[in-house]
Design a protein around this ligand. Structure first.
Ligand code: SF4
Length: 209
């Protein structure tokens, strides 16, 4: 090593080569193993804290377990519905314990009983007053087809003549287990509903502005 006139150290080229070589050897010695990813803990955190799902699945789950039935029980099937609401069958398990006396707060109509033509406009009005999305379960033979009163001049041969029906629960009357099975079928139907009915068309519209 030489010392210049203004006391600065001047390295020869061989000294520089040696220093550089030494540094490289030190790095090599410490680089036998790959350095672990400092953010690897993130993967574990994500696994533990984030539930990956779709908006449809979440909304469907919420709708399924918060169905609020409107009161619409014109005849004897109503008693089986009352039994289903009781502690033995416990419809509250499905989030259905809140019976609504106003259709504006209901999204499910369980039509438990014979419907006469005189009552038909009232039932249709109740249905029309329910907000969307809404569903109808026809409970019992009378609700499905008029049942044993089908040929009577005064009986509507099925609720589906005046309002759309989603699920039919046969029987005269159907037992609470049958009604619960019908409700489970409705759950499956609700689960298939998309929040945005036609997603490709919706995205296309968004692009067009
Ligand atoms: S299906 Fe039978 S139990 Fe139900 S309303 Fe009709 S007659 Fe009554």
């Amino acid at each position: 090593m030489e010392v210049s006139s203004d006391r600065e150290y001047i390295y020869t080229s061989s000294e520089l080569d040696q220093q550089e070589g030494q540094l490289i050897e030190e790095i090599k010695a410490s680089a036998r193993e790959a350095i672990p990813d400092p953010d690897a803990w993130l993967d574990e955190e994500i696994k533990r804290n984030i539930l990956l799902t779709t908006v449809d699945a979440v909304v469907g789950w919420g709708r399924r377990y918060s169905l609020w039935p409107a009161v619409c029980f014109p005849a004897c099937c109503a008693f089986e519905f009352i039994a289903a609401e009781g502690p033995r069958f416990d419809l509250a398990r499905f989030g259905m314990d809140a019976m609504r006396a106003t259709p504006r707060q209901a999204d499910l109509m369980i039509t438990a009983g014979t419907l006469t033509w005189k009552m038909a406009p009232v039932v249709r009005r109740i249905y029309n007053q329910m907000p969307e999305p809404k569903w109808v379960i026809a409970m019992g033979a009378c609700a499905i087809s008029g049942g044993i009163f089908r040929s009577s001049y005064s009986v509507v041969p099925g609720y589906n003549r005046i309002i759309p029906v989603d699920v039919y629960v046969p029987g005269c009357p159907p037992r609470p287990e049958a009604l619960i099975y019908g409700i489970q079928q409705l759950h499956k139907k609700i689960n298939k509903i998309h929040v945005i009915p036609d997603l490709p068309q919706f995205l296309q519209k968004g692009k067009q502005g």
